[in-house]
Write a protein that binds this ligand. Sequence first.
Ligand SMILES: O=c1ccn([C@@H]2O[C@H](COP(=O)(O)OP(=O)(O)O[C@H]3O[C@H](CO)[C@@H](O)[C@H](O)[C@H]3O)[C@@H](O)[C@H]2O)c(=O)[nH]1
Ligand SMILES: [Mn+2]
Length: 731
Amino acid sequence: MEKNDYLPLFETKPVRGRILFRLFAASILVGICFICVYRIRFFPVGGKVEKWSWIGLFLSELWFSFYWFLTIVCRWNSVYRFPYKNRLSQRFEKELPGIDIFVCTADPLIEPPSMVINTVLSVMAYDYPPEKLSIYLSDDGGSDLTFYAMLEAATFSKKWLPFCKEFKVEPRAPEAYFRTAFEPDDDPVKVKEWLSVKKLYEEMKMRIESATKLNRTPEDICKQHKGFREWDFVSSKRDHQTIHQILIDGRNADAIDVKGKTLPTLVYLAREKRPRYHHNFKAGAMNALIRVSSRISNAPIILNVDCDMYSNNSKAIKDAMYFFMDEEKGHEIGFVQNPQSFHNLSKNDLYGSSLRVIVEVELPGFDANGGPCYIGTGCFHRRESLCGKKYSKEFKGEWRRVNKKVEESASVLEERCKVLASCTYEQNTDWGNEMGLKYGCALEDIITGLAIHCRGWRSIYFNPIRKAFLGVAPTTLLQYLIQHKRWAEGGLQIFLSKYFPLIYGHKRIPLKLQLSYCPYLLWAVNCLATLFYATVPSLCLLKDIPLFPKMSCPWVLSFAYVMIANRAYSLGEFIWCGGTIQGWLNDQRMWIFKGTTSYFFAFLDTVMKLFGFSETAFVITEKVADEQISQRYEQEVMEFGTPSIMFTILATLALLNLFSCIGGIKKVVDDVQTKALDQFGLQILLSSLLVFLNLPMYQGLFFRKDSGKMPPSVTYLSIIYALLTCTAAMY
Ligand SMILES: O=c1ccn([C@@H]2O[C@H](COP(=O)(O)OP(=O)(O)O[C@H]3O[C@H](CO)[C@@H](O)[C@H](O)[C@H]3O)[C@@H](O)[C@H]2O)c(=O)[nH]1
Ligand SMILES: [Mn+2]
């Protein structure tokens, strides 16, 4: 194509209003400077406790300021991407590259097979040439139940795929579709067909769910398919050979749906697991899939989704192709990242799991700085970028190469690929290091994305209004805290490793991109300052130690400005992103909750790991909850229920602040000259704010009767701890 024929396939728009934002940021900076001056000039001359509290508070404030600066980096510039719809089909319909879709699952109890196949069916039904589409399921649970469900899905897809096309189904995950869709009310023939497919789906779901419940696959089906014989050799989830079955071989003439159209290829893989070999969690699973798929379909683009993330838009692959296939900018793109969005959020997002501000504000900023990080799911990779290839200008167009046709039959392929997924295959190779996803870190995604950036690729963040993927957010407080602990721990581990972005990325990626990574990697470190701020000022209030300027003194303005303006901005931003005021309050509460528990334990564990005392773990997030828990989640009632040390900490902090808040108010009431209010105004305000945010906690501790209330053991312990600390502080 001639140069002047070039028609861009996507457009990039910078966000507006940045100047205003920068002025605002500058004013906050001035406020911070005043706070620092105050902290130095008014350093207490009194006793030891005063001095140390003052120093601690000052350090916390310095930390928060530094962290605030990091969050500014991702807001300085932001860009939004818009594909020019319909240009692609005009020009490239024939040239569309093949795409391999990887779905990962790890446990049939936590991730029920009926959910997994919904994801699989939704990605099989993409509006994309089926002969260019291959779907691979990695089953780290090595479960015959999941395998059985996949067989059912393969059969059902013959009906489902033509049905999707005929009825323009959206989304194409049957569960999500039938939950909300109504039967068409025009043509009776169509109504009949619609109802019959719905019935087929429901029957299949019943069979799969009852098999899961009984933990037994139906005998007649076991006899029919050779794949089940593999389970005769499986001794446990952690100890078995590779199980590799091509369920639909798209090259086959009989791989067609009921309307005679080709079906996409569908492959089941449970890589080999042996107790002696570390399996490296999801990263290990992904790398096995990369190798196996390279022998079967070897598509130049890889889409990776978690098993709970169904496709919410059948055009999502084409949308991603607009970026990769752009003739001027496409060749430098290593991956296209979609946000992680959820279909099960409560109205005001009780646990703040949507990470709204990150998705709507920070990731577009990340994009402007050189490309968003890889967040593990909903991401389209160029195979080369994932396999360790460095970006080079000469690379242009190479990926449109035609694959050599694979001649072997499916059963030969199944056997030959087994070795690629064996435990020993990776020994003395670069897999897990320079090739594929990186090992040794619970945040395999972030670290892998960073490495891809450092190899010269850029990435694109694409956040369409109709989200491309929808997943499941945790529905209990504990699940949420555990998930964030894993993330915070993985982040800090990267920060302290040789992948520290400022060194690893030095001269490889721009400084602003290096800095964009840092706030996420430093989540865990926030625990120190947060814990300090949530305890010491309140305790000092009980002990009569002032830590902030008097209300009548002008220095108070700097504190008031920084605190109020910052929170007001945060609220504005949250609402601009489509949130509610209650949602923002929930988000603020969760920031304190995770700051004092998830981040704290992530910090401890990382330090322990540095000294070799503990190992990386990956606690899989629960994807189903029982009826009562789901109900409470929908009514936005916080879920405690099980005893946990995290809850003990949260409850102790809540009570401690309640006591000191009461103590502070008592001081003010007792004191007629309102000296106390003048002296301790900010401290009382701080502890009252904490009490306000902790209201659901007091409810869970004292006023609720349902099974989701705080377990009594936690209640008693926290009362004792809080009383002890407060008494110790007072005397
Ligand atoms: O040994 C394992 C453990 C997990 N998984 C899969 O990894 C995915 C993510 O696990 P999940 O428990 O849902 O974790 P989340 O915290 O929801 O996942 C986010 O964070 C992870 C990194 O911590 C990323 O890998 C994920 O893509 C990202 O969605 C799931 O599909 C699992 O089946 C495996 O395949 N093997
Ligand atoms: Mn998940």
